[in-house]
Design a protein around this ligand. Structure first.
Ligand SMILES: NC(=O)c1ccc[n+]([C@@H]2O[C@H](COP(=O)([O-])OP(=O)(O)OC[C@H]3O[C@@H](n4cnc5c(N)ncnc54)[C@H](OP(=O)(O)O)[C@@H]3O)[C@@H](O)[C@H]2O)c1
Length: 306
């Protein structure tokens, strides 16, 4: 238990707070008969989310990038978690995952867009787009918009954003620099992709085909996971030591996305941003619906090319 967990005990209006775990926020819920799609289930918050929601009875479709990781997931998480191959940075791979899920023809109760990559030290590009924006935002945009008709009438989409959505400095989404070549900073690019996650959730909330469907964004907290893999060893060591004192555990970090994906307490909160299992005000940019609309149109134009 980290130091912050001890000090940040109080809970919010939901009855949960900073220290609540995924097990605690789903306690007493019976998810038998529910199907939940989660991206990035081989490690970190995605693995914990899949583990806990499966324990509550849900069937999980969980995306991974390789056959090897699929086998590992089956071994570690058991028969309720069905791995699906999907590389979010490759539109054809996302399209294949969509086709496969369509073949299963199983209605989906929730989609948790969890997978992500953070703070790549140099500007990598694929398909003419900076890789964090492509993976974290466009890959999920492609996946979700192509699966919306499989979502049940009370279905939910959860975008795992971050407090880092406040990072992309004043200009928000750099629509004239999505390839990252005009200027690149690892944190601005990560923050931009997380702002895109939040704006996508806000816009999707207004476009859901059924009025009882909803879309949310969450900040999971700061948690020591594999997300720091692109940092140098010294920074990773610092994160490790700091983590023991100040970060959430993985069990706590997975709580907010589990809470908004399945808890009845959020059913009238469509479009909201959550942190520590409670509604949280986002940055002004995170509420900019003009930017959200423009992002939707650009993203749609991108995925239509594939
Ligand atoms: N940890 C934190 O403090 C923190 C804070 C705020 C927000 N978040 C967000 O929480 C989410 C989960 O992060 P985490 O901390 O659990 O990180 P993690 O342990 O690094 O897990 C990330 C997951 O994303 C997958 N992924 C990466 N690139 C991918 C791609 N191109 N296609 C498909 N999957 C890909 C990874 O698969 P591979 O193993 O194959 O790479 C892995 O399963 C991320 O969206 C992150 O931005 C985390």
């Amino acid at each position: 238990m980290s130091l912050l967990t001890v000090f940040k005990k109080p809970v919010g209006p939901s009855g949960f707070g900073f220290a609540s775990t995924a097990l605690e926020v789903t306690e007493g819920l019976n998810l038998t008969g529910k199907t939940i799609l989660i991206t990035g289930v081989n490690t970190g918050l995605g693995r914990e989310t899949a583990k806990v929601l499966a324990l509550r009875g849900a069937k999980i479709y969980g995306t991974v990038r390789t056959h090897e990781k699929a086998l590992k997931v089956q071994e570690e998480l058991g028969p309720s978690v069905h791995p699906i191959l999907c590389d979010l940075s490759e539109p054809s791979s996302v399209n294949n995952a969509v086709d496969l899920l369509r073949e299963f023809n199983s209605p989906i109760d929730a989609i948790i867009c969890n997978a992500g990559v953070m703070a790549l030290p140099i500007c990598y590009q694929k398909h003419g787009i900076e890789l964090q924006f492509l993976t974290n935002h466009l890959g999920h945009f492609n996946l979700v918009t192509k699966l919306l008709d499989l979502l049940v009438e009370t279905g939910r989409v959860v975008m795992v954003s971050s407090r880092a959505h406040t990072n992309p400095y004043a200009e928000g989404i750099q629509f004239d620099n999505l390839e990252g070549t005009l200027e690149y900073s690892r944190w601005r690019a990560y923050g931009q992709s997380k702002l895109a996650n939040l704006l996508f959730a806000r816009e999707l909330a207004t476009r859901m085909p059924h009025s009882s469907q909803s879309a949310f964004a969450v900040h999971p907290g700061v948690i020591k996971t594999e997300l720091v893999r692109h940092f140098n060893p010294l920074v990773r060591l610092g994160a490790s030591l700091g983590g023991a004192l100040f970060f959430k555990s993985v069990e706590q970090g997975a709580a907010t996305q589990c809470y908004v994906a399945v808890h009845p307490g959020v059913s009238n909160l469509n479009g909201e941003y959550f942190s520590d299992n409670n509604v949280k005000e986002s940055s002004d940019m995170g509420r900019d619906m003009e930017m959200a609309k423009r992002l939707w149109e650009r993203s749609m134009a991108f995925i239509e090319k594939f």
